[in-house]
Structure formats: C-alpha cells, structure tokens
Design a protein around this ligand. Structure first.
Ligand code: BDR
Ligand code: CA
Length: 336
C-alpha cells in the first residue's frame, strides 16, 4: 500500500479524487491537508471531513491550511464548484474534528516520520507545501514522489488566457515548490498533470450512469442539461447521490462555458496517476512560474529543450488513456 498525503481545495473534482483514493486498496491516506482555493480553507476542511464520514472512512487526520495565499488575497470560485464547493450536494455536517496541527506542519511531520516513503498529491494551490518547505527545506528528498495538478503549458489557461486555477491562486507558492525541486534526481521529480492533459479527461453523463449501476444504486438517473439546475438525485446509495449532485453542478458549469455537457476530471486523474504512474506518459522539463508579467503573471512556463541551462525539475504528463482512467474511477467509487 502506498502511503499518501493529499492536499486539496475540495472542490467537486477534489471530492472525486478523495473518494477514489479512499476506495483504493493500494492507497493508505496518511493525512489530508485543506488548502484555500475553490472555497476558503475552513470550508474545504469541512467538506473533507464530511466525505470521510459519508464513506465511513477510518480515522484520517484532516489539517487546516493557511487561510490566504502567500502574498495576494484569496480568490475563490464558487461559480465553478458551488456555494460550499461540492456543487449541488448538501453534505451532512461532519461529526469528525479537524486536527490540532497545521497542514504545513502535518506535511513536515509525516515526511520526517516516513522518509522516502510518503507520496504527496496536491490538487489545489500550493500554499501549504510552500509553507512546509520553509519549515523543512529537505522535503523534496524526504518525499518519495510528488504529483501536482496544476499549470498549463502548450495549452490555454482556464482562469486567464494563460493561467491555470491552482497556480493562479498562489503563484508565489507554486514558484517556491518548483524551485525546491531544481536539484532533484529524476526519480524524485514532481509529476505534473496540467490542463494540457486533464482537459482531455472528460466525464460525461454516461459515466455517472455506469457509476450508479456499478454501485447497484437506483433509480439510475440520466443527468441532462435540461434538468432543472437544482434537481437533486434520488439515488438510493447516498455516496452516489451526493456525487451525482456534485458532478451535475460541474457539468452545468462546463456547459455554461460552451465546453459541452461534461466535466474535466483534473484532480481524480492526478490521484490515479499518483497510484499508478503507468497511466501517464511524461516528458521532463524545467518548469518556472512567471511572477512579474502584466499579462502573464502566474503562467507556468516549461523549458523542454534545456534552453535555460537548468536541469529538469518536473515530469510533465503528455499522454494518457482516458478510458483506462474512467474504468478505474468507476470501479473504485462504484464499489462503495
Ligand atoms: C483545478 O482548479 C480547480 O478548480 C480544480 O479543482 C482543479 O484542481 C483545475 O484548474
Ligand atoms: Ca482542486
């Protein structure tokens, strides 16, 4: 089993990433860090605790991250993920409690406790990890591997013409993280799942139908854009019900931007790659984050050809098999 720390800004797709990992027999979640992003960190923590309750997960620590990015005010995106960050879903108030230590301290303590054996997965802004690096600059050597959902390279942004959301929210933190891996050996280079690849991972209503039937949940609903926007799922399985309500919001959001009635599975894809790197073909590159440009601040730039004369600090995912990913996601979550 792979020991993993997950840093999330839950988030509809973060929710699915969490559920996927929780249902994966090959993953052991050592801790969940809540980062401010899609919604404020406090709400992220509540969402994480609520999903843990819902799937009756064992006692997993949920630590609260910084309330703000390192240098700029927090920007959230309830338009994308719903008022609470879980779309149309209304999760019951959690019974579990948040941890006493901060998210950054949890990163450091877990990495020190399991040197070379802790996998890191970041599916939100990189604020907590940047703060953890301040406490423990050796983190890149202590972690087994880091997988990041973030950035856009040869691909337009989803927040500004060139910015991907997670980097946009805290570009200073992102730069600190990429810089920290500048001397990392090849097997420790962060695996980066950027929009270039995650926007090819399109969940559609048919995937939800498959999920519900796999879970033996009835009635099997066909989610369509014609549904009244706030329609609630009637699924008998509460997990499927809440997932359907969350994802329907995400479909509506993507539909509203003329992307089709679908949802990009950014974060679940990164989670799947963390557990099974064979899902992704990668290419090494030197990644840096623009902090100055008036039009391009928070843009991720990849030097694929060594033009800067700096060694690669990232393995960027350049190809995958979305069907294989969806088979796995549906099997795992459908087995709840
Ligand atoms: C990322 O932004 C967030 O809204 C999603 O959860 C994902 O992590 C995609 O740009
Ligand atoms: Ca996210």
């Amino acid at each position: 089993r792979q020991r993993i720390i997950v840093d999330v800004d839950t988030g509809v797709d973060d929710s699915l990433a969490l559920l996927y990992l929780l249902a994966s027999p090959d993953a052991e979640i050592a801790g969940i860090a809540a980062t401010a992003g899609n919604v404020p960190a406090g709400q992220v923590a509540i969402n994480n605790l609520a999903w843990l309750d819902l799937v009756d997960a064992p006692d997993i620590e949920v630590a609260l991250g910084a309330t703000d990015p390192l240098k700029i005010p927090l920007r959230t995106t309830e338009d994308t993920h719903g008022p609470q960050g879980v779309g149309y879903a209304e999760l019951p108030a959690p019974a579990r409690r948040i941890s006493d230590r901060s998210a950054a301290q949890m990163w450091v303590d877990l990495a020190r406790a399991h040197p070379g054996d802790l996998l890191g997965l970041c599916t939100g802004p990189l604020t907590n990890l940047a703060l953890a690096l301040r406490i423990e600059p050796e983190l890149p050597r202590l972690l087994r591997r880091l997988v990041i959902m973030g950035g856009a390279f040869n691909h337009p942004g989803n927040t500004t013409p060139t910015n991907e959301w997670n980097i946009h929210v805290d570009p200073e933190a992102a730069k600190i993280v990429f810089d920290a891996f500048s001397a990392a050996p090849a097997h420790r280079r962060p695996v980066v799942c950027a929009l270039d690849i995650t926007e090819t991972i399109e969940m559609r209503p048919a995937h939800l139908t498959r999920l519900a039937s796999r879970a033996g949940s009835f009635p099997i609903e066909t989610v369509t854009p014609a549904d009244p926007p706030a329609a609630r799922s009637a699924a008998s399985n509460p997990i499927i019900r809440h997932v359907t309500d969350a994802v329907r919001f995400y479909f509506d959001f993507h539909h509203g931007y003329d992307l089709g009635y679908l949802a990009h599975m950014h974060d679940p894809f990164a989670a799947a790659v963390a557990l099974d790197p064979t899902l992704a073909r990668t290419r090494p590159a030197t990644v840096d984050v623009e902090l100055a440009g008036t039009l391009t601040r928070a843009t991720t730039v990849a030097d694929w050809a060594g033009m800067w004369g700096r060694p690669p600090n990232a393995d960027i995912v350049v190809a995958t098999d979305p069907d294989r990913f969806f088979d796995r996601l549906i099997t795992r979550i459908g087995d709840y």
